[in-house]
Design a protein around this ligand. Structure first.
Ligand code: ATR
Length: 276
């Protein structure tokens, strides 16, 4: 069909070559018989403002943003919704009649991925890390009803800042105390880059963690991180991080194209093949 490869959406990042989002959205575009293509847009930080300004003229329905643009893009938009404001980052822009609205679907993606596996008791969660991903995770945990969220981070000041921004249910804890924090936890989340292929390992003894506690990692390379292997061995339920990537794309695709796409085992296999 002529023009069927028209860009209809894209991911803007620097670098952007490793992103799995094109493979994911193009799978759905084809699955639902929609024309056009989801593209990669490498944009260096100095050119972000110009690239964003030009978006409404491209005919695209919207874009995703990745490192290092999620925060820098905020002042460049016409509107930023409450979720993105609370997380302090925009990962999705929706273009509607020339206006650009920013939102953040990472918290949704995190929660949708773990929701079917959450234990009945949802009181205490321990979050490792205090970067951008941790903010989305904390937003999601509050929404899921957790009442005590302990954030521990190598740089304590970042944990304090995050805890202060999200209110009384959160508290900041020193990184050295992380193994002790696990006592009584219903959920353990790793949002640091530790355990990722090529990065340093995450050193954490799980002895204090109750067996019913769900353990999840937002790292998905490797798919089953050493933390998840360690947790599974002692009988804890685990959820890998790939599902967060798949689920965060659902509301974006729906907002752009009016179809709520499905996260299926076939999609997961397709993405894993692309990653290999
Ligand atoms: P993102 O926005 O993707 O979460 P980030 O802001 O760079 O990325 O955060 C990475 C997280 O991994 C941070 O919590 C970081 O801790 P610092 O705030 O102290 O930098 C954590 N991290 C990275 N390398 C680490 C290491 N060697 N030991 C402990 N934590 C580490």
């Amino acid at each position: 069909m002529p023009g069927s490869k028209q860009p209809v959406a894209a991911i803007i990042g620097w670098p952007v070559s490793h992103s799995l989002s094109p493979r994911l959205h193009n799978y759905w575009l084809s699955e639902y018989g929609l024309p056009g293509e989801y593209e990669r847009m490498p944009v260096e930080p100095a050119h972000l403002a110009q690239a964003i300004k030009e978006l409404p003229g491209t005919g695209m329905r919207g874009v995703n943003l990745t490192i290092p643009h999620k925060e820098a893009v905020i002042p460049l938009l016409d509107e930023v919704d409450a979720v993105a404001k609370s997380i302090g980052a925009v990962n999705t822009i929706i273009i509607d009649r020339g206006r650009m609205r920013g939102t953040n679907t990472d918290a949704y993606g995190f929660l949708a991925n773990i929701r079917p596996h959450l234990p009945a008791s949802r009181k205490k969660a321990v979050v490792l890390g205090a970067g951008g991903a941790a903010k989305a995770v904390c937003h999601a945990l509050l929404e899921a009803g957790f009442t005590e969220i302990q954030v521990t981070n190598r740089t304590f000041a970042r944990a304090q800042e995050l805890a202060a921004a999200f209110g009384k249910k959160l508290s900041a804890k020193e990184w050295d105390t992380r193994a002790n924090l696990l006592e009584g936890a219903d959920l353990l989340v790793n949002t640091t880059s530790l355990g990722m292929a090529g990065k340093e390992p995450l050193e954490l003894a799980l002895d204090a963690l109750p067996r019913h506690a769900l353990v999840t990692d937002i790292v998905y390379v490797p798919l089953v991180t050493p933390l998840l292997t360690q947790a599974e061995k002692r009988g804890n339920p685990i959820v890998d991080g790939l599902g967060m990537l798949l689920h965060q794309a659902v509301p974006a695709f729906e907002a752009w194209f009016g179809i709520r796409p499905e996260v299926t085992p076939q999609l997961r296999r397709h993405i894993l093949e692309g990653r290999a």
